[in-house]
Design a protein around this ligand. Structure first.
Ligand code: OOG
Ligand code: NI
Length: 446
C-alpha cells in the first residue's frame, strides 16, 4: 500500500469512535451503559486475575475498551450494495447470513466486520446489517408505496459516494480524505427527528410491522444501537436498573459457563422518542420507538460439531448445561468442539533452537508444554438471539413466523457477492496459527 494511504483498520477505528460519540450525544442512556460496562469489566478483571491473564495473552484486553457492534436496517438492495462499498473502505466484509423471517421479522441480515485477527485486534467494530424483505408486506398497495418511498431516498451523501469511488480507484484514502469520509458517512446513520411520511402513512406502515415503519419512514438508516463488550453479562444485566435502564427479561444465548462460548446478549428497552410528521406543509408532533442499548459477552467460537450441540440445546430449551459441550477447554479442544489459536511457548522455542525434535501433533505439543492453545473469540451473531434482541425492542409487538423461501440468493445478488462463511474464517485462523507455530518450532509439516 503506497505510503500516503491510511490503513482501512485506522479508518474503521476512527469511524467506530465517531459513531460512539454521536450515539452518546443522541442517546444519553448509551453513555450510562458504557460506564456500567467499564465498571463491571474493571471489577471482573480485578476479581479474576486468571481471566485477566487470558485476555492479556490473547491480546483481547487491548480491544476491550473499543469493542462495539452496531446495527442498521436497510430498505433496498441498492442501499445494501452502497453500504457494502462504504464498509469495504474500512476493511469490513459481509460475514454470515441470518434469516429472521421464521422469527416473524420481515428482514434478513449479515454482519459487516474485519476478518483477520490483526485487524480484529486493532478495531473489532462490526455492524449487524438487515435488509427489508418487501415481499413480506402482505398489503400489495402498501408494499408498492413503501418501495416508491424508499426509491426516492439516497442514504449516502454525494461527497461520501465520491470518496468511496476514489478509495476503490486508488486502493485507499489519504489521511485528509479518510477524515472527510468518516464525517460524511456518519451522516448516513444519524437520527432524523422528522419523518418523511405523514402520520397516517406512518400508522399504516406500523400496522404492517414496526420494523417496516422504522425502515421506510425516515431519510436514512439511523443506527439503532451500539453494543459494548462486557466480561460479566450476568452482573451487568443485574445492575442495569440501578443505572436507570429497564433491561429485557432474560439474557439471550448460551448459559453462563466457566468456559464461555459463542455470544450472550441483553439490552435495555427501546426508547419512545419525539418525531415530527409532515402534514400539508406543516409538522405534526408524534413519536417513534426504535433506539436502544445492548451489551454482549463474547466467548469461544464453536466448530460445526460444537455448534450443533448448542443448536440442539436451544431447540430442547431445557436444562442449565448444554449436553455434549464440556465446560473444560482441554476437553473442548480434544473433542474438536471449539476453535483454538496455537502458539509456541518459550519452552518449546528453547527445545527447537537447541536442535531438539518436537512432535507434529498440536495436541501433543500442548500436553508437553511446548505450545499453548487459547480459544478464538466468536466474532459473529446468533439468529435466535438476534431475533430475541429485535423482539424485545419492538414495543411488545409479536408476529407469527413468516413462511418464505430462502432469501440467501437474493441477498447475495444485492450484495454482489456471497457473504463469507464464519466457520471457514475460524478454521483458517486456527490452521494459520498451527502453521506459524510449526515454523517457529522447526517442525516440518507431516
Ligand atoms: C438488530 C438486532 C440484532 C444482535 O446483536 O444480535 C442484533 C436490530 O435490532 O436491528 O443487533
Ligand atoms: Ni446488536
Amino acid at each position: 500500500m503506497p505510503e500516503q494511504l491510511v490503513h482501512p483498520d485506522a479508518i474503521r477505528a476512527r469511524f467506530a469512535a465517531a459513531m460512539s460519540g454521536m450515539y452518546r450525544a443522541e442517546v444519553p442512556q448509551y453513555g450510562a451503559l458504557l460506564e456500567l460496562v467499564a465498571q463491571v469489566n474493571a471489577a471482573t478483571l480485578a476479581r479474576d486475575p486468571m481471566g485477566a491473564d487470558h485476555y492479556r495473552r490473547t491480546g483481547e484486553i487491548d480491544r476491550l475498551a473499543s469493542e462495539r457492534h452496531g446495527a442498521i436496517r436497510l430498505g433496498t438492495p441498492g442501499e445494501l450494495a452502497v453500504i457494502a462499498r462504504a464498509f469495504a473502505v474500512m476493511g469490513m466484509e459481509p460475514v454470515g447470513y441470518y434469516d429472521l423471517a421464521p422469527a416473524g421479522l420481515p428482514v434478513h441480515s449479515t454482519a459487516f466486520r474485519p476478518i483477520d485477527s490483526g485487524s480484529l485486534r486493532r478495531s473489532p467494530f462490526r455492524v449487524f446489517t438487515s435488509l427489508l424483505r418487501p415481499e413480506l408486506i402482505a398489503d400489495a398497495d402498501l408494499r408498492a408505496e413503501a418501495m416508491a418511498i424508499l426509491a426516492r431516498r439516497s442514504i449516502v451523501t454525494p461527497r461520501a459516494l465520491q470518496l468511496i469511488a476514489k478509495a476503490e480507484d486508488a486502493g485507499g484514502l489519504t489521511a485528509p480524505q479518510a477524515e472527510h469520509f468518516v464525517a460524511e458517512l456518519l451522516e448516513t446513520f444519524r437520527w432524523h427527528a422528522e419523518a418523511t411520511v405523514s402520520a397516517a402513512d406512518y400508522r399504516r406502515l406500523l400496522a404492517a410491522h414496526r420494523l417496516v415503519a422504522d425502515i421506510v419512514s425516515f431519510a436514512g438508516p439511523h443506527i439503532n444501537h451500539l453494543t459494548p463488550r462486557t466480561l460479566d453479562i450476568d452482573a451487568a444485566h443485574a445492575l442495569m436498573p440501578a443505572h436507570g435502564m429497564k433491561p429485557k427479561e432474560s439474557i439471550e444465548g448460551p448459559p453462563s459457563r466457566r468456559c464461555p462460548v459463542l455470544l450472550r446478549q441483553t439490552s435495555f428497552m427501546a426508547l419512545e422518542e419525539p418525531v415530527a410528521f409532515p402534514q400539508d406543509g406543516a409538522l405534526v408532533a408524534g413519536s417513534h420507538i426504535a433506539r436502544f442499548g445492548e451489551i454482549e459477552q463474547r466467548g469461544a467460537a464453536l466448530t460445526p460439531q460444537g455448534r450443533s450441540r448448542y443448536d440442539a440445546w436451544l431447540e430442547a430449551d431445557d436444562g442449565a448445561a448444554i449436553p455434549g459441550l464440556p465446560d473444560d477447554w482441554t476437553q473442548l479442544r480434544i473433542l474438536g468442539l471449539c476453535y483454538f489459536r496455537y502458539r509456541a511457548t518459550d519452552q518449546g522455542k528453547a527445545v527447537a533452537d537447541g536442535g531438539g525434535r518436537l512432535p507434529n501433533d498440536p495436541e501433543a505439543l500442548v500436553a508437553t508444554g511446548h505450545a499453548t492453545a487459547d480459544p478464538i473469540s466468536y466474532d459473529d451473531f446468533l439468529p435466535v438471539s438476534a431475533a430475541g434482541i429485535f423482539r424485545s425492542n419492538l414495543a411488545g409487538e409479536t408476529h407469527a413466523g413468516y413462511s418464505v423461501t430462502d432469501g440467501r440468493t437474493s441477498f447475495a445478488e444485492a450484495l454482489g457477492r456471497d457473504a463469507l462463511d464464519p466457520f471457514a474464517l475460524y478454521d483458517q485462523a486456527q490452521a494459520a496459527s498451527i502453521a506459524e507455530m510449526r515454523i517457529r518450532l522447526r517442525i516440518s509439516a507431516a
